[in-house]
Unconditional design. Structure first.
Length: 638
C-alpha cells in the first residue's frame, strides 16, 4: 500500500471522543513537491500559466486498474488574456507527450524538467478569443506523490484511484494547477475493461460497451472545479443510487462489494442524508445540487473531498461529516493559496463540531470533545495556522493536524462565540454565496471582508492574532462581590511572543448560592482590565470558559476581595478608533506620555509623546503595536 501522511483530528470510540492527529489522510508528497512548490512561489501560482483562462477540459483516457499506466488525450479550451505565441500546461515529464494538435495540425512542444509542457504556436494568438488544443500522452505516472495509485481490495480485485491535493494533478493529466483559475466545465471519459466501474466528479452521462468489448464511462462537471479536486476511482464497485435533500437530488455511492455487506458501514453511509440535512440548515443549500453528492471508495486511509464525490478509505461518521462540509468550504469556495489551507480544513473541522453537537453527542460528550481539541491545540506553545511560504514544500506543514485542522476549526468556533449563533450562521451562508467568492478561490482577507459586510464586525485584528500569530493566552481572572456589584480583573499572558495580547470577549458563568446563574461576556481589549457587572444574588462560584468557547490554557479564577473600584478609574485606558485612518486617540491618560509604534515583525517605525492623540497618517496600511504606559496595544492602520 502507498504511504499516506496522517493528518488530523478525532474519532468516536465506544462513545468517548479522543483528540487525535488524523481524520483525513492526504497523499504524502515529499521530493518532487519541493521543486514544484519552488516553481509556484508567487502566491501558489505558476507564472507561466497566467496569460490565459482555462475554461473547459475533456479527458479521454484508457486505464486498466490492474496495469499501472494511463494513455489518451486531454483537450483544453482556453481564452488568452493577452496576445501569446506559446502556452504552458502543468504536466510531469515522466509521462510522454506524443503529439499536440491545434486546429488539426501538430505543434512544436517541449517537456520541461519543471513539470511543464511548453507549446509554441505558428503565429501569435489574439487576446480574448476562445481557442483549443489537444495533448496526447501516455506512460506510468510518478509514484512519489501518490496522486495516481493502484492496490487491491477484497478477493484481490485491483483498484486504481487518484488524489491530487496539493500538487499532484500534473502527475496524470495536463492541466493548470495554480490556485487562481478553476476549470469551468470538465468532461471525463475513461475506457476500461468491461468488468470495472469508474466513479468520478459531476453527473454520469453514459456507460457504453464499445465494439472492442471495452467500456466507456462519461462523467461531466457543470460547476467550476479546481484541478486538484478532479478525481476518479476504478474497480468492480457496487453502485448504490438514491436521493437526498429537500427538494431531492442524487445520492450516489460506489463501494467495494465487501463494504456493501458491512452493516455498520452501510448505516453510516445512509446517515450521510441526516448530516446533509443538518448542514443545509446551518450552511445553506448543498452547492452542487444539479449534479450529485456521494462517495467513491479507495485504498488510501481517511478521505478526500473530491467535488461531488468524496473518496473514502473509512466510513466513520466524523469522516463523512468532515468531507461533506468540504463541499461548501474547500470545493465551492476554495483556498486561493496553500498558505490559507485553514479556509478548507478549519471549516471542515468545524463541520465536525456541528455534527457532533447537533447529531452525534450528548452535551457532556460534546464538551469532552471540545476539551480534547483545546488540549491538543495548546499542547505546544507556538505554530501559526497560516502556512508560511517557507513551509509550502512540506505536506506535513500544509496539512498540520494541530494547526490547519484543529486550531483552524476552533478559530471558527471562536468567531461563532463573538457573533452569536444566529448572526454567525447567516454570515457563513453569505460568505460562500457572494458573487465574487462563490465557486471561486478565496483567501483569509476575503473572509474578513465578508464578515465585515455581513456583521459590521472587523476581524482583522482577530485574524492577526489567531491565524497569522502563534500560540494562545493564559488568563488570571479575579473577582469580588460588593452588594450587587461584581468586579472582575482580567490579566493575560501569551504562550508566544508573536502575539502581544489576544483581544477576546471572555465567557463568564456566575453561580449563586441558591442555584441562580448569570452569564457575562467581558470585552477584554487590554491587559489587567477591570469590569463591573450587577448581580442580584450572593455568589458561590465563578466559572471561566465554561463551554470552552475560546482557546486558552491553564487559566485560573480566584475570588480576590482586595480588588478596588478606584483602580478601575485610575488604570483603565484604551486606544480608538481601531482600525485607524489618520489619527489614533488615547482615552484615560492624565498626562503627556511617551509611546513607541512597531510593525508586526517588531520594527520601530514611530515614537514620541502624546496626551490624547497620535498622528498615524504616514504609516502604511497594516497591523501595528503601540507601547504606551507600560501596556501594549494592537491596532490596524487602514
Amino acid at each position: 500500500m502507498k504511504k499516506f501522511y496522517l493528518l488530523f483530528l478525532s474519532v468516536l470510540v465506544s462513545q468517548t471522543v479522543f483528540a487525535q492527529e488524523n481524520i483525513e489522510m492526504k497523499g504524502l508528497m515529499a521530493k518532487e513537491m519541493k521543486s514544484y512548490a519552488a516553481k509556484m512561489s508567487t502566491g501558489n501560482t505558476n507564472p507561466n500559466t497566467l496569460n490565459y483562462d482555462l475554461q473547459y477540459q475533456r479527458m479521454d483516457v484508457s486505464i486498466n486498474p490492474s496495469v499501472y499506466q494511463i494513455s489518451g488525450s486531454v483537450t483544453s479550451h482556453f481564452k488568452p488574456n493577452q496576445a501569446m505565441s506559446s502556452i504552458y500546461f502543468d504536466l510531469t515529464n515522466q509521462l510522454t507527450v506524443s503529439q499536440v494538435t491545434f486546429h488539426g495540425q501538430p505543434l512544436v512542444f517541449q517537456q520541461l524538467a519543471t513539470k511543464e509542457v511548453k507549446i509554441d504556436f505558428t503565429s501569435a494568438l489574439p487576446a480574448n478569443v476562445l481557442d483549443s488544443l489537444t495533448i496526447e500522452y501516455n506512460g506510468a505516472p510518478p509514484t512519489n506523490n501518490n496522486a495516481f495509485f493502484t492496490n487491491t481490495q477484497g478477493g484481490g480485485n485491483p483498484v486504481l484511484s487518484t488524489l491530487n491535493e496539493p500538487y499532484g494533478a500534473q502527475d496524470w493529466f495536463p492541466t493548470k494547477q495554480s490556485l487562481n483559475d478553476k476549470i469551468d466545465r470538465f468532461d471525463i471519459k475513461v475506457t476500461t475493461p468491461p468488468q470495472y466501474s469508474v466513479a468520478s466528479n459531476g453527473k454520469l452521462m453514459s456507460e457504453t460497451i464499445l465494439g472492442s468489448g471495452q467500456k466507456l464511462t462519461f462523467w461531466r462537471t457543470q460547476y467550476p472545479t479546481a484541478a486538484y479536486l478532479i478525481a476518479l476511482s476504478i474497480t468492480n464497485f457496487v453502485k448504490l443510487s438514491d436521493t437526498m435533500g429537500t427538494p431531492p437530488f442524487p445520492f450516489v455511492n460506489y463501494i467495494y462489494p465487501g463494504t456493501s455487506t458491512n452493516t455498520t458501514s452501510m448505516a453510516n453511509i445512509e446517515w450521510t442524508k441526516t448530516v446533509m440535512n443538518t448542514f443545509e440548515t446551518f450552511f445553506g443549500p448543498y452547492p452542487f445540487r444539479n449534479e450529485k453528492y456521494g462517495h467513491m471508495e479507495f485504498t488510501a486511509g481517511g478521505g478526500m473531498e473530491h467535488q461531488t464525490m468524496s473518496s473514502m478509505g473509512a466510513w466513520s461518521r466524523q469522516l463523512i461529516a468532515h468531507e461533506l462540509a468540504h463541499q461548501w468550504f474547500g470545493d465551492k469556495v476554495t483556498c486561493g493559496a496553500w498558505n490559507d489551507i485553514w479556509l478548507n480544513e478549519g471549516f471542515a473541522t468545524f463541520g465536525e463540531h456541528v455534527a457532533n453537537e447537533k447529531l452525534l453527542l450528548t452535551n457532556p460528550q460534546f464538551l469532552s470533545y471540545l476539551l480534547d481539541q483545546k488540549n491538543f491545540i495548546t499542547s505546544q506553545p507556538g505554530g501559526s495556522v497560516y502556512v508560511t511560504d517557507a513551509n509550502l514544500g512540506s505536506v506535513g506543514m500544509i496539512f498540520n493536524g494541530r494547526l490547519s485542522y484543529s486550531k483552524g476549526g476552533y478559530v471558527v468556533r471562536m468567531i461563532k462565540w463573538i457573533l452569536g449563533e444566529t448572526v454567525f450562521y447567516q454570515a457563513l451562508k453569505d460568505y460562500h454565496a457572494r458573487p465574487n467568492l462563490a465557486y471561486n478561490y478565496v483567501k483569509t482577507s476575503d473572509l474578513t471582508s465578508s464578515l465585515l459586510q455581513s456583521t459590521g464586525k472587523d476581524f482583522t485584528v482577530f485574524f492577526a492574532d489567531w491565524i497569522y500569530g502563534q500560540g494562545y493566552p493564559t488568563y488570571d481572572i479575579r473577582w469580588k462581590q460588593t452588594g450587587n456589584t461584581l468586579t472582575f480583573k482580567a490579566a493575560q499572558t501569551q504562550s508566544h511572543a508573536s502575539v502581544s495580547f489576544f483581544e477576546m470577549p471572555l465567557p463568564i458563568k456566575v453561580n449563586g448560592t441558591g442555584g441562580q446563574v448569570a452569564y457575562f461576556a467581558l470585552n477584554n481589549t487590554l491587559n489587567n482590565q477591570y469590569f463591573t457587572e450587577t448581580v442580584a444574588f450572593p455568589i458561590a462560584s465563578v466559572e471561566f470558559n465554561y463551554e470552552y468557547q475560546i482557546l486558552e490554557k491553564n487559566s485560573t479564577v480566584t475570588q480576590d476581595n482586595t480588588l478596588s473600584t478606584y483602580d478601575i478609574k485610575l488604570d483603565q485606558f484604551a486606544i480608538y478608533p481601531n482600525p485607524a485612518k489618520d489619527e489614533l486617540f488615547v482615552s484615560g491618560l492624565k498626562r503627556q506620555t511617551e509611546y513607541s509604534i512597531y510593525t508586526s515583525d517588531g520594527r520601530l517605525v514611530k515614537k514620541g509623546k502624546t496626551e490624547k492623540k497620535i498622528d498615524v497618517s504616514t504609516l502604511s496600511s497594516g497591523v501595528y503595536f503601540i507601547d504606551i504606559e507600560q501596556a501594549k496595544f494592537k491596532f490596524v492602520k487602514e
